[in-house]
Each structure stands twice: as structure tokens, then as C-alpha cells.
Design a protein around this ligand. Structure first.
Ligand code: ATP
Ligand code: MG
Length: 446
């Protein structure tokens, strides 16, 4: 993309309405625009990152054997009366009437609808296990929408629902989700710690929240800091292997890590003092096992291998897709701007032309731009007639992890400069070498 033809409305001034750094940087980098309290337009740069995050979520769900579909945002109130949640949900639910006076609602979550789909089409244990998920906009009329996309009213969520013949099978689905979530967050450059949590209004027996540590997080968390060193890395996990999946979950949940709702002061005190940490965290996901809470009242029944009709065991599992943009920025920025992890960056590299209009510099930038496209890397080429300092400031603000600087002086020696946004370190090399280096850097992320 050539910056002269892109739509990147960066702000020079700090927007006064933003209280936390991710909100401020998303506004300044021209990623979002507020349209009403907690409701945002996603401008091209923000939309691009949102799509990258969505793509990673999809890939890891499909890898775990989960099946994507798409349910509508608007739902009928009748379905929610069947589970009893139409009255229970309260003012967070946006209730709407259509022209025929039928009661509708903008879905805050989809347990009822997915259970309805299931009961209409599945009747035998032979069709299980089954996990269906979608990535769809939700609406919750939050009392205090704030912090930009972190606590919106309209927000994008991945929500998945497992259907299993018994509790053991459903707990395997729970564990599968835990592992797939760990992998998902790692690919985004995040450390998200699974913490034992409280089940809240969805209800349930077993639940973990995934928290990204950040000073601006809304949850108080208590943990043994050795959990922050655990990683999946590139180890292969066979999602069909119950023991293997359970072993990974055990590894990640044995050390103490809890939110304030489930915090146990006695257990916490037992952690060696140097590892005992109290901090704040951002909830980027949650998994639940809730058994037959919806299947029983809604009649989602299968015939098991003994010929008995039994309600299916279910769980629901959510990832805050739009909140993740804020969480990633909270975890990865400096005083100049955002620092995108390679896994989610909107462009793989920025190209800065130090002397627009100089024949050699223009030609070298064009060639580089095309060479990167040729190897499947997308560059943002700053081809504007602007001062080098202003171009650097924009690149630093929008946070592309790699920048290639091209100018007449370097070109006379046959080199350009490759700079890491994270470390600020630069290295001179030929344009071909810069392309090869970027191919290498991005290989694990494609
Ligand atoms: P919270 O405690 O932050 O209100 P929740 O526990 O009610 O969230 P869930 O029902 O678990 O939310 O939804 C799954 C995920 O959706 C959450 O882990 C979070 O990342 C995201 N999410 C929830 N509410 C919002 C919101 N208002 N804005 C943006 N993302 C949200
Ligand atoms: Mg939650």
C-alpha cells in the first residue's frame, strides 16, 4: 500500500477522551472512530489488525477440530424465555421490537441459539463430539463503556459451544479449548495466563479466564510468577488425545493463578515469597463447562450407546477478538507508539523514502515494494513528500515491527537500512538481503 493513497487519519494531538494508552494510540494511529458510547467504526488500519486477529482465532479453532458457522446478531426473545434468561439477563441486554411488535434482542451471547440449532438437527451420540463456533458482533449495554475497544458495547467475540455425550467428553472439549486458546494468544505475541475464575451469569461448574497482565487491567489477579514463563512454543499437541491435552492443561494450571473472585489467601501465602505476585490483568477469553444447564430446559437430547435419551453436556468458550487489539497494545508499546508483534501487524514492513523525487531513491523504493509483494509480504510505502522526521514519527506511531529506510546516501553504497521497531537497532544491507531477512522473520507467522 502506498501511504499517499491510503486512508490513515493519524492525530497529532493526544485525544483528551482517552484514559489509557491503548485507546489513545488506537485513536492517534487512525485505527478507530467512536460513533456512540462504546460503539466504533473500524478505520482501515484498525480493520486490518482486527482481521489478522480473527484469522489467527479461526486457524487455531479449526486446528482443534472446531467447526465455524455464522449466527445472526438479532435473536428472538422466545428462545431466551425457554432457558429463563430473558428475564434474568437484566439491562445489559438490548431489547428491540420489530414492526409487528415481536420481541427481539441483539445477542450478548449465543447459548440459546446454538442449542436450538443442535436440537433441530442432532439426535444421536454418533454425531458427537461436536463443537461449533462463530466470530460475530455482540451487544452488551455496559453501564460504563470505556477504554475504547476494551470495554465496548458492540464488540466482536469468538464464541464456541461444545456438545458431548457425557461429562468426561465435555471436559476433554474444555481442555481442548484451553490449549487452543493458549496457542492463539501466543501467536499474537501475548502471554495470557489461565486463571481459575467465577462462573457469573452464564453459570457453570468449571471455568478459567485468560488474563494478560497490564497495569490498566480491570481485574485484580494473584499468581505465582513462574506461570508467566510457561509457553507452548511449537510443540505439537494431538487434540484427539485426551491424556496429552489434559497434561498440557495441568502444566498451565497447577501453579497458583486466580482472579479476585476465587482468590484464596491461604493458598496464596504458601507460594514462596519471591514468586508471589499481585497485579492487574485484562480478560481476553474465558472457557466454561456447564453440563446440561441449557440442554435440559431446551430439550437438546441425544440417544446414547445404551439407547437412552440423555441431555447433552455443553460448554461455551469465548475470545474477546476486538478487545485483543487493546490488550496487545497495552502489552506492547513505548512512548513513541504501538509495537505490533509480527503475528498481528497490519503490514509486514514500512518503507521510508528519505528523498521523495530523487530518481534513484524512488526507483529503489518501488523495486523494494514490488520485491516484497513478490514474496507475499505487504509493505506500507511512505511515498509522501514529507520530512524524514515526520515519516519516522508516523511509522513509530503505527508500530510496524520492521522499517526499511531508503536514501540517496545509502544507495550510493548499494545499501538500505533495516530497523527493528522493538529494539530500535538498525542494520545496513542490500535491498535483496533486507527482503530475504524479512522472509525469514515472518516464516513462523505464515
Ligand atoms: P467482563 O468480565 O470483562 O465483562 P465477561 O466475563 O462478561 O467479560 P464473557 O461473557 O466471558 O465476558 O465474554 C468472552 C470475552 O469477550 C471476554 O473474555 C472478553 O475478552 C470479551 N468481552 C466481554 N465483554 C466485552 C466488552 N464489553 N467489550 C469488549 N470485549 C468484551
Ligand atoms: Mg468472562
Amino acid at each position: 500500500m502506498r501511504l499517499s493513497r491510503y486512508f490513515l487519519p493519524v492525530l497529532k494531538e493526544n485525544p483528551s477522551e482517552a484514559q489509557i494508552v491503548s485507546h489513545r494510540l488506537m485513536l492517534r494511529a487512525g485505527m478507530i472512530k467512536q460513533q456512540a458510547a462504546g460503539i466504533y467504526s473500524w478505520l482501515p488500519m484498525g480493520f486490518k489488525v482486527l482481521k489478522r486477529i480473527e484469522q489467527i482465532v479461526h486457524e487455531e479453532q479449526v486446528r482443534a477440530g472446531h467447526i465455524p458457522l455464522l449466527m445472526p446478531t438479532l435473536q428472538s426473545a422466545d428462545l431466551w424465555r425457554e432457558s429463563g434468561r430473558y428475564d434474568a439477563y437484566g439491562p445489559e441486554m438490548l431489547r428491540i421490537k420489530d414492526r409487528h411488535d415481536r420481541e427481539m434482542l441483539y445477542g450478548p451471547t449465543n447459548e440459546e441459539m446454538i442449542t436450538d440449532i443442535f436440537r433441530s438437527h442432532v439426535g444421536s451420540y454418533k454425531d458427537l463430539p461436536l463443537t461449533l463456533y462463530h466470530i460475530q458482533w455482540k451487544f452488551r449495554d455496559e453501564v460504563r463503556p470505556r477504554f475504547g475497544v476494551m470495554r465496548g458495547r458492540e464488540f466482536l467475540m469468538k464464541d464456541g459451544y461444545n456438545f458431548d455425550v457425557d461429562k468426561d467428553a465435555a471436559l476433554h472439549a474444555y481442555n481442548r479449548h484451553m490449549v487452543s486458546y493458549l496457542r492463539t494468544y501466543e501467536r499474537m505475541g501475548l502471554t495470557a495466563i489461565p486463571m481459575r475464575a467465577d462462573s457469573g451469569p452464564i453459570g457453570g461448574d468449571d471455568t478459567h479466564e485468560f488474563l494478560v497482565l497490564a497495569q490498566t487491567g480491570e481485574s485484580e489477579v494473584f499468581f505465582d510468577d513462574r506461570v508467566t514463563t510457561l509457553t507452548l512454543g511449537d510443540r505439537a499437541v494431538d487434540y484427539d488425545d485426551r491424556e496429552a491435552v489434559a497434561a498440557v492443561c495441568e502444566e498451565f494450571t497447577t501453579l497458583y493463578a486466580r482472579t479476585d473472585e476465587t482468590h484464596d489467601a491461604g493458598l496464596f501465602e504458601a507460594i514462596p515469597e519471591e514468586h508471589r505476585k499481585v497485579a492487574r490483568g485484562i480478560e481476553v477469553g474465558q472457557i466454561f463447562y456447564f453440563g446440561t444447564k441449557y440442554s435440559e430446559p431446551m430439550g437438546a437430547v441425544v440417544v446414547n450407546d445404551k439407547g437412552e435419551r440423555v441431555p447433552v453436556h455443553m460448554g461455551s468458550h469465548g475470545i474477546g477478538v476486538s478487545r485483543l487489539l487493546g490488550a496487545i497494545i497495552e502489552a506492547s508499546h513505548d512512548d513513541k507508539g504501538i509495537i505490533w508483534p509480527e503475528g498481528v501487524t497490519p503490514f509486514h514492513a514500512g518503507i521510508v523514502n528519505l528523498k521523495q523525487g530523487d530518481e534513484a531513491a524512488d526507483a529503489a523504493c518501488e523495486a523494494l515494494y514490488k520485491a516484497l509483494a513478490g514474496v507475499g509480504l505487504e509493505a506500507l510505502y511512505d511515498d509522501r513528500n514529507d520530512r524524514a522526521g515526520a515519516k519516522f514519527a508516523t511509522m513509530d506511531l503505527i508500530g510496524l515491527p520492521w522499517r526499511i529506510t531508503v536514501g540517496p546516501r545509502g544507495l550510493a553504497k548499494g545499501v538500505v537500512e533495516l530497523t527493528s521497531r522493538r529494539t530500535g537497532e538498525s542494520e545496513e544491507m542490500t535491498p535483496e538481503a533486507a527482503v530475504a531477512r524479512l522472509v525469514e522473520i515472518y516464516a513462523p507467522h505464515r
